[in-house]
Design a protein around this ligand. Structure first.
Ligand SMILES: Cc1cc2nc3c(=O)[nH]c(=O)nc-3n(C[C@H](O)[C@H](O)[C@H](O)COP(=O)(O)OP(=O)(O)OC[C@H]3O[C@@H](n4cnc5c(N)ncnc54)[C@H](O)[C@@H]3O)c2cc1C
Length: 433
């Protein structure tokens, strides 16, 4: 049987594995295999909520083994380490437990069609101290680790007189959607945390949130008027927004910028840009760009091997009618997954792949409980228009619902949404542990 191996079960890869499992795996027209370095999937755009504690990742994670069983594909737990294009095999890392004992040995997997969708990681731009002292929202584990540190820092600021005098200082580097959304979410959750019996913590005086951005304005992917409105909301919340401030060093207790400013920081989050994981550089001698992304043609095939596809954040795909490549967004990965599912079906029937074109539906930024704001593209490529408030919130939430729909179908999405709504009534508003 034709073997399709998909590496990376994120926003794009898990949708693709599910679609192909349902269409091809179920009828045994092809063997579908998903490889991921984690055992569970959490949709990446939720990670700022996991970090702030407004979302409990354990309630929103999906077990790959269960999804594989329900949707007729096989799941391999491990990270891709190597690619042999002559033998058409990939090697998957061994898995060790927390004591270093081997649980699963290194494996070699054959493929007929290989799809790489291993996403992206924070780009530190060689700034000293980022790897050691800053958090990045690259994975659910890291977002959860940040949350643990946040809770400890809030408790310290409440119980330790010296820490209480200093207050809690969080610096977020990067004024894109991730940094902005995290700033608003943290503002909200620190206030909720303080309300849960932390009497010495006055969030207005004791919590300082700072957003540093190297560009002249935040949210470069959105029109200027939306960036201005968002800045106004953040400043009204007391978030310090500093633009034209390029960070040159991060240490355990402060962040320094090129202009010589020093921002004290108990916690630093790095959200200043992305690059593809290092493993892609040199993998199977495929073509990569300076961000380690695999260069693909409009059919999503890698330039040097038509049997290897790449999509999502780890791929540099030409953007029809634009100068750059398709932006690293969940909505792009979602569209590409649907297109690739059709492409792979066509391949099995001996038909050639068709080019894919990105349809940009606009960008929305969630400011937590305070607002949702953004711009949507006009119908049939008309001009973009600004949206705000409940309609924007609805559109924002619908991107996640589309992801869930692709994974589970209507019935389960309705039941899940109902269950989460009911739980909200009985759970604390912020995860406290
Ligand atoms: C806080 C935040 C908010 C965001 N908000 C939005 C938004 O509102 N709208 C939007 O469109 N986009 C948003 N994004 C961007 C969006 O999350 C990404 O563009 C999207 O997740 C890319 O999908 P992907 O499938 O390429 O990668 P991912 O979803 O990152 O999935 C990659 C998968 O590959 C796995 N993997 C990684 N390395 C390996 C390896 N070596 N071997 C095996 N598996 C591996 C990972 O475990 C993961 O499961 C946001 C991102 C963040 C961080």
């Amino acid at each position: 049987m034709h073997q399709v191996v998909i590496v990376g079960g994120g926003a794009g890869g898990l949708e693709l594995a599910t679609r192909l499992g349902d269409r091809l795996g179920r009828k045994q027209r092809a063997a579908i295999v998903l490889v991921d370095r984690n055992r569970t999937h959490v949709w990446k755009p939720l990670l700022h909520e996991v970090a702030a504690g407004s979302m409990d990742m354990h309630l929103h994670q999906l077990d790959y083994l269960a999804q594989a069983r329900w949707h007729h594909f096989a799941f391999y737990y491990g990270a891709i380490e190597g690619l042999d294009r002559t033998q058409r095999t990939i090697s998957v890392s061994p898995i060790n437990d927390e004591y270093g004992a081997e649980v699963i040995p290194r494996r070699t997997l054959p493929y007929d069609t290989l799809v790489l969708s291993i996403g992206s990681i924070a780009n530190a731009f060689s700034v000293p101290g980022v790897a050691e002292y800053a958090f990045a929202l690259d994975s659910a584990e890291e977002a959860d680790r940040f949350h643990q540190r946040l809770i400890n820092a809030v408790l310290r600021a409440n119980y330790n007189p010296e820490a209480a005098r200093r207050g809690l200082r969080v610096v977020i580097v990067g004024g894109g959607a991730t940094g902005v959304e995290l700033a608003a979410e943290l503002h909200n959750t620190t206030r909720v945390l303080a309300a849960y019996g932390l009497k010495n913590l006055d969030p207005e005086r004791s919590v300082a949130l700072t957003l540093l951005n190297a560009d002249p304005r935040i949210l470069p992917m959105l029109p200027e008027r939306i960036a201005r409105a968002t800045t106004a909301v953040l400043e009204s919340l007391g978030v310090g927004v500093y633009c034209d401030e390029q960070v040159v060093e991060v240490s355990a207790s402060e962040v320094r910028t090129k202009k010589g400013r020093v921002f004290p920081a108990d916690l630093t989050v790095w959200a200043a840009g992305i690059k593809a994981p290092e493993v892609l550089r040199g993998l199977g001698s495929l073509e990569t760009n300076r961000l380690n992304q695999l260069v693909v043609t409009p059919t999503l095939q890698t330039t040097l091997d038509p049997d290897i596809f790449a999509f999502g954040d780890c791929a540099a795909c030409p953007w029809h009618g634009h100068r750059g490549t398709v932006p690293p967004r969940a909505q792009a990965a979602h569209q590409q997954a649907a297109h690739l599912a059709r492409t792979i079906e066509r391949r099995l029937s001996g038909e050639s792949p068709e080019p894919w074109q990105y349809r940009d539906f606009g960008s929305l930024v969630s400011l937590g409980d305070y607002s949702t704001i953004g711009s949507l593209m006009g119908f049939i490529s008309g001009p973009s228009f600004r949206v705000e408030g409940w309609f924007a919130r609805l559109m924002y939430v619908s991107l996640y619902k589309l992801h869930l729909l692709a994974l589970h179908g209507w019935w389960r999405v309705v039941v899940d949404s109902l269950a989460h709504t009911l739980r909200r009534g009985v759970d604390p508003r912020v995860k406290l542990h």
